[in-house]
Design a protein around this ligand. Structure first.
Ligand SMILES: [Zn+2]
Length: 135
């Protein structure tokens, strides 16, 4: 889909973006990243002094978590996906991309290789079932 123009009732989350540097607060490679809301996940930390939530993203270069400063963010922890949910979401998106790039006559081959690798994806299974049902 191509977004031609944003509507007037745009959520601040849709336009929010910020720049972060990988490795500024944790180990990482030093890459500079511009991130949007759908790049953000939350990470809860429990300590003797109580619990706190940090906002993070994943560096596409070194795959380390990158901390996002809390200042000025237009969202609350309740609106942000947990690390596990976010990783599943990203994984599913990559698997769907893999399926889209695979010709339909090679779906069963792809499915078998994913099962062999122990990768299960309900979204993909639905797609395969739909494709097989249409044959
Ligand atoms: Zn990095």
């Amino acid at each position: 889909m191509i977004l031609l123009e944003r509507g007037p009732r745009v959520s601040p989350l849709a336009t929010w973006k910020t720049e972060v540097q990988c490795g500024e607060h944790t180990k990482g490679c030093g890459a500079k990243l511009q991130i949007q809301f759908n790049d953000v996940f939350k990470h809860g930390i429990e300590s003797l002094f109580g619990s706190s939530t940090s906002y993070r993203t994943k560096c596409p270069c070194c795959h380390e978590d990158v901390m996002i400063p809390h200042e000025g963010v237009p969202f609350s922890p309740d609106e942000v996906m947990s690390r596990t949910t976010w990783l599943k979401f990203k994984r599913n998106a990559l698997l769907m991309q893999l399926a889209e790039e695979t010709p339909e006559d090679r779906y069963s081959e792809l499915y078998e290789s994913l099962v062999e690798d122990g990768i299960e994806c309900p979204l993909l299974n639905q797609l395969f079932i739909k494709e097989l049902a249409e044959k």
